[in-house]
Design a protein around this ligand. Sequence first.
Ligand code: ADP
Length: 162
Amino acid sequence: MPNTAIYPGSFDPLTNGHLDVLERAAALFSKVILAVAHHTDKDSLFTIPERVLIARESVRHLSNVEVDDFQTLLVDYARQKGARVIVRGLRAVSDFELEFQMALMNRTLAPQVETIFLMPKDSYSYLSSRIIKRIAFLGGDISSFVPAYVEKNLKKKYAKPA
Ligand code: ADP
C-alpha cells in the first residue's frame, strides 16, 4: 500500500517555500500529490491549468510527486486518492489560527485523515505567492524566491505591451 500524502493549496504560483515543504514531504511519504484547489474566493493570477503546468514543470526532480487539481471537499479528494495524510506548511504564528481551524474541521469530517504541518527553511518563511506577485508586477528580482519556470511565467504575465 503506498503511503500517500496530499499537499493542497492555491499555488498561484508555486514558490520556493512550497517547494521546500514538498521536498520535505517527498522524503517522508512514498507518494505525494500536490493538489491545486479550485477556490472561488481568492483572486487568482494564473488559471488552474496554468498552475498545474507550472507546478509540474517545477517538481520534475521529485520522482514520487504528482501534480493534480481538485474541485471537491479536500477530505473527499484525499479518500478518493487513498491518502491518509494532508500536508500543510506553517510559516509563522500568523498561519496557525486558520490552519488549526481547517485541520480540526477536516478531522471532524474525516477522522481517518490526519493533517501534518511542515516548516520550511527559515529563509523561506516570509515567502508567499501574494508577495511574489507584487514584486514581479513592480519589476523586482524574484529569481531567488521561485523556480526558474515560475519566474519566466510571471514575467510573461506581467509583460508590458510594446
Ligand atoms: P492556500 O490558499 O491553501 O493557503 P497557498 O498556495 O497559499 O494555498 O499555500 C499552500 C500551503 O503552503 C499552505 O499550507 C501554506 O501555509 C503553505 N505555504 C505557503 N507559502 C509557504 C512558504 N513560504 N513556506 C512554507 N509553507 C508555505
